[in-house]
Design a protein around this ligand. Sequence first.
Ligand code: HQG
Length: 179
Amino acid sequence: MDYMKLSKEVSFALRHEPWKYELELDENGWVDIDQLIESLRCDRKWKSLDRKDLEIMIEKSDKKRHEIHNSKIRALYGHSTPQKIVKADKIPPDVLYHGTPKYFIESIREKGLIPKSRQYVHLSSDTETAIQVGKRRAENPIILKINAKQASIDGVKFYHANDTIWLVDSIDPKYIIEK
Ligand code: HQG
């Protein structure tokens, strides 16, 4: 089985267009794993798919994108569905990073970080992840350093997606401390 292809399709279903799979995310983004399997099996490629495959997909993935808990599965970040996924807020590390192409910098300096088509702005606790994220769009991304400590003190809420990724509704330019 092509686990990378499976992961991309599961992300599409759980982050972007669950209705195409006759799925409805609950307020925390969970769906019933059996319903997802049943829906994916309609496609010849996934006709023999079972829960074990989804577990292997998560285990083999380069990033922790999905999680399974009992009879449910969800995407941990990246959502663009109309109904905003509810996340519990958590105190962030003092500094977080965001990798982006140079051509966005002027607009970011002016407007701050905005979620664009996703529900949240994605930040990371390490520069390596930020570089990887930025490299999706540019060979030499700019790595922005975010003063998460001050933002948090000022009441901005941060949400923990996985070990390295943090979510936030937006980041005002005054919290971007360095590029
Ligand atoms: C930029 C992937 C102009 C922002 C990744 C980014 C990540 C602005 C783009 C996760 C802006 C949005 C999310 C402003 C923000 N003006 N541009 N004011 N504010 N931007 O894809 O963070 O591999 O929605 O810098 O690895 O790139 O799929 O967000 O370049 O973890 O699991 O607007 O998605 O994860 O792009 O990526 P995105 P992102 P997966």
